[in-house]
Design a protein around this ligand. Structure first.
Ligand code: GDP
Ligand code: MG
Length: 296
């Protein structure tokens, strides 16, 4: 049997979480058009006849601007360190400064790495690919260079097969059937956060966290679950933005989140949300640890 840890790394917004969900075969990690959405190390398990891949999605690599950023950077580096194989993701748009900074870490740790050139659909001229591959080869001894588009349903199994080729022999870590390390609360919180990100702009997405306070059966209907969620913002001006005019935005957010939660739990859900201001929570590790952003 083969088994190993495969870390997906790259700068913010190159499509790491999209790729992660494609490879893991189900949606585990949340995706958004805002950079720096993923805040912690997320594990997906891929089981095949050959063995098991422990796939890690990681926050985008960038220079930290607050303590949460500092923690996110440590998360990337710890994922890199423990990886048997690294999927280094760049955009087909080409190498940027942050890609290079992260590559320095890969070099320093002397990691085995594939280069994934994602967002091939945005490459205006297909003939630009060859020079990009050539240029990338000179930067590092990548084991494979794999152009793709995580937006599309491609033959992801081909990539999984190539990954297995480079994994060490080993025993499987998790029983079949387990697809992720995420606690149920965290998965539910992330679903709600994703819907908030879909409906907000600019600085709002970064200042939001979600905490699930309680999950319990409904008194009137034991088949139904009641989920109490707290939406945390870091300034009081953010609160009306989340709520929207006459509470319309929070209603739309809650509705979309509820539908997805029902799919995950396989039960009807009653979702109760509350918005709370915790000033500067991103600079308070004692607070953001509670949201699950505290272990790496
Ligand atoms: P991450 O920050 O690296 O985890 O990136 P996400 O997976 O959250 O994706 C960031 C944004 O890029 C989202 O809006 C995705 O829908 C989009 N995206 C991801 N993969 C592709 C791709 O192959 N092509 C295009 N055009 N967009 C993509
Ligand atoms: Mg992500």
């Amino acid at each position: 049997m083969k088994s190993g840890v495969v870390a997906i790394v790259g700068r913010p917004n190159v499509g790491k979480s999209s790729l992660f969900n494609r490879l893991a075969g189900s949606k585990i990690s949340i995706i958004s058009r805002h950079p720096a959405t993923t805040r912690l190390k997320i594990l997906g398990v891929i089981n095949r006849d050959q063995g098991q891949v422990l796939l890690l999605d990681t926050p985008g690599f960038e220079l930290p601007r607050h303590q949460l950023g500092e923690f996110m950077k440590k998360t990337v580096l710890s994922s890199l360190t423990e990886a048997d194989l690294t999927l280094f993701v760049i955009s087909a748009g080409g190498w940027k400064k942050e890609d290079e900074q992260l590559l320095q870490e890969v070099k320093r740790l002397n990691k085995k790495a594939f280069l994934i050139i994602n967002k091939m659909d945005i490459l205006p001229r297909k003939e630009d690919l060859l020079p990009l591959i050539e240029n990338s080869r000179q930067r590092y001894n990548f084991l494979e260079i794999y152009p793709c588009s995580a937006l599309h349903q491609e033959k992801w199994d081909t990539l999984v097969k190539i990954i297995f080729q480079w994994l060490p022999e080993g025993e499987v870590f998790f029983p079949e059937g387990q697809v992720s390390n995420l606690a149920r609360e965290y998965l539910l919180a992330e679903i709600l956060r994703e819907k908030i990100l879909e409906k907000t702009y600019e600085e709002v997405p970064h200042s939001v966290a979600v905490e699930i306070e309680d999950i319990c059966p409904a008194k009137t209907n034991p088949e139904m679950v009641v989920i109490y969620a707290r939406i945390i913002v870091d300034r009081k001006q953010m609160k009306p933005i989340i709520l929207g005019r006459n509470g319309e935005r929070i209603k739309a957010i809650g509705q979309k989140a509820r539908l997805e939660m029902e799919q995950v739990l396989g039960k009807p859900v009653y979702l109760q949300t509350k918005v709370k201001v915790i000033p500067d929570w991103r600079d308070r590790p004692d607070v953001f640890r509670r949201f699950g952003y505290g272990q790496f």
